[in-house]
Every structure is written in structure tokens, then in C-alpha cells.
Design a protein around this ligand. Structure first.
Ligand code: GA4
Length: 348
């Protein structure tokens, strides 16, 4: 349960001017089974991926090969976890190390006063563990009961499958950009020190909102993701909205059988702004809970990020300065959720 203190609801209610966002017409869709069907299918899928990343920084993935049964098990286990008492959730998955962002938390997003109508689990993913089939850095001792142990195992299984699919998408992106080095992005996410994460969000419904706030409450406020790529899967409840190039907000019809992909800030930099890090948010549903699971593929902390030379072109202008992922994160984690985090790294 998410409990709000007096005054906090006002902070997460969108002003009445924010009308319900219309559904995104022509949501770009990429069928990964086509990409696997031969060289023509692959080339078409690579073009579709690149076009979607350029236009929206967002697309839907079908034919992904992650078993529906695994998705259902993860969704049920997440719902069961969030149905535990507040005390049990906090005890079970509170940050393993003091000061760490990982673990269970409710309504507080980041360290700078942002609030949302959400509770969540944030877990670190280690590449070394991924090879062994257990990429989540959740030590045994913070998972006290057998049922939580199997939840962790299930999330590990999910992370392995989604990370594999993420790498297929990153290869298609490189191909769609016409890059010779198809592994340029994949390498970063597969690096043994890759800073990747898994986030499980629960947005409880708010049926009484209609009378009080015109029915619009923010689950997770507008932001761009700092990483290279985010791969999201949710249950059949609406809520996700993205901002188009012109700043208009559109809603994304939920599809529990598919994944949704966001380009993150790091990929915008690597592609010299050709791919767009998409601004998005989640609005709370009045009737149904929303459960989403997101894999964030990040580079290793010491990796230097800068536009890839082949994407700047000879004599072309690099739109971003060089920086390490560590520097970017330090800067990003000191900002409010809605901030434009890349502007500090733009060349003048
Ligand atoms: C957005 C993407 C991921 O959920 C996240 C978020 C993080 C947090 O919730 O602590 C951040 C947010 C996210 C963007 C900028 C900073 C960091 C809150 C915030 C204000 C885990 C991440 O890596 O960046």
C-alpha cells in the first residue's frame, strides 16, 4: 500500500489542465521473429528500429521469444510481493547496504524530493551473475523467506531472458544506423561491470481521485531514463504516456504480451542525438493496479561516453562533450526527476 501524508497528494496530482492524453496513433512496432527470419527480414527490422528510435525514441516489440508463461509468473509473483504487509516488504527488500538506491521503497523517487503514487523494488544487475543465470545483486540475507527466495530466482530468470532480447535490439539499432561495428552498444550492456538494473513498479489504483483531482494523479513523473536502453513490460493496465517531438503527450495502450522500449540519454549521446531519449511518465489508473517490470541496460561506470565517430561523420559536429558514465550518474542523481539532464553535457 502507498500511504501519503497530508499535502503529499497535492504534489503528485497533475493540474486540471493536463487532459487525458490521446492514444499514440501508429505506435511503431518491431516484430523480432521477422528479424530472425532471414537477411531481408533482419534488414527491414533494423530499419524499423532505427526509424522508431529517431522519431519517438520508443517502440513496441512483438515476436520477442520470451515465454508468455514466464511473463505471467513474474506478474503474479510481483503482485503477491506488493500484497505483503508494509513491514514485510520493508524487511524483505530494504536496501542491502545503507545509502544504496536498491531495495524496496514507496512513493519517494530519487533523492531530491520527487514523489509518485508508486511503490517499487529496484535491483542491481551484475553481468558476472548473468553468465551464471543469477544476475540480480540481491544477497541471500536480504531475502528472508522461501517465497521471496523464489521471487528472486524468478526475477533472475526474467532478467536473463530480457537482457538477451535487449542485446538483439541493440544489434538491430547498430545495424539500422549503418554501423559496421554491430556490437558497439551490446558490448556496453554485456560488459562485466555494466551498470544495469531491474525495477518492479506497483501503481495502486486511486478510485476516489475523480472527485478530488479530476482523476489525474502521477504514478511516476515525467523524465527521461539516463541509461542506454529501457525495456518495459506491464500488465494490462494503462498509464504509460510519452511525449512526442512537439511536446504533446500521448498514451500508450497497454499490451501484456509485448515489450516497450525507451531510448535512454546515454544512447542519445552515443548516436549524437540521432536517437531520441524519450520523455515519459506513468499516470495512475482509477480502477486497476498497474504492475510493470523494467530492465535498464547501462554502460560500465568508467566507460567514456561521447558520440561515436562514425555517427558524427567527417567534419561533422559532436553535439556532446565526452564524459564517463560515473560522471553522468553523479550529475543525474542530483537532479529533479523532470530535469533535462543532458543539457550540461552539450557542446556549445
Ligand atoms: C529513471 C530511470 C530509473 O528508474 C532510475 C531512476 C532514478 C530513481 O528512481 O532513483 C532517478 C531517475 C531514474 C532519473 C534521475 C534521478 C535518478 C530518480 C532521479 C531523480 C533508477 C534511474 O537510473 O534514473
Amino acid at each position: 500500500m502507498v500511504v501519503l501524508a497530508k499535502g503529499e497528494l497535492e504534489q503528485i496530482a497533475l493540474p486540471a489542465v493536463h487532459k487525458t492524453a490521446p492514444p499514440l496513433a501508429d505506435l511503431p512496432e518491431v516484430d523480432l521473429s521477422v528479424a530472425r527470419s532471414g537477411s531481408e527480414g533482419r534488414a527491414a527490422a533494423a530499419r524499423a528500429v532505427a526509424a522508431a528510435c529517431e522519431e519517438h525514441g520508443f517502440f513496441k516489440v512483438t515476436g520477442h521469444g520470451v515465454p508468455a508463461e514466464l511473463l505471467a509468473r513474474v506478474e503474479n509473483a510481483a503482485a503477491a510481493f506488493f500484497a505483503l504487509s508494509q513491514r514485510d516488504k520493508e524487511a524483505a527488500m530494504s536496501a542491502a547496504t545503507p545509502g544504496s538506491p536498491f531495495g524496496y521503497a514507496s512513493k519517494r523517487i530519487g533523492n531530491n524530493g520527487d514523489l509518485g503514487w508508486v511503490e517499487y523494488l529496484l535491483l542491481g544487475v551484475t553481468a558476472a551473475g548473468a553468465e551464471a543465470g543469477a544476475p540480480l545483486s540481491v544477497p541471500e540475507e536480504v531475502v528472508p523467506s522461501a517465497s521471496l527466495c523464489s521471487f528472486r530466482d524468478l526475477l533472475n530468470e526474467y532478467t536473463v531472458a530480457v537482457r538477451r532480447m535487449t542485446c538483439q535490439l541493440l544489434e538491430l539499432m547498430a545495424e539500422g544506423l549503418g554501423m559496421e561495428d554491430r556490437d558497439a552498444f551490446t558490448r556496453l550492456v554485456l560488459h562485466k561491470e555494466s551498470d544495469s538494473m531491474l525495477r518492479v513498479n506497483h501503481y495502486p489504483p486511486r478510485p476516489e481521485l475523480k472527485q478530488h483531482h479530476g482523476g489525474r494523479v502521477t504514478g511516476f513523473g515525467e523524465h527521461t531514463d539516463p541509461q542506454i536502453i529501457s525495456v518495459l513490460r506491464s500488465n494490462a493496465t494503462s498509464g504509460l504516456e510519452i511525449a512526442l517531438r512537439d511536446g504533446d503527450w500521448v498514451s500508450v495502450p497497454p499490451d501484456q504480451t509485448s515489450f516497450f522500449v525507451n531510448v535512454g540519454d546515454a544512447l542519445q549521446v552515443l548516436t549524437n542525438g540521432r536517437f531520441r531519449s524519450v520523455r515519459h511518465r506513468v499516470m495512475v489508473n482509477n480502477i486497476q493496479p498497474r504492475v510493470s517490470v523494467i530492465f535498464f541496460g547501462g554502460p560500465p561506470p568508467r566507460e567514456t561516453l561521447a558520440p561515436l565517430p562514425q555517427l558524427v561523420g567527417e567534419g561533422g559536429r559532436s553535439r556532446y562533450k565526452e564524459f564517463t558514465w560515473c560522471e553522468y550518474k553523479a550529475s543525474a542523481y542530483g537532479t529533479k526527476l523532470a530535469a533535462n539532464r543532458l543539457c550540461h553535457f552539450e557542446t556549445t
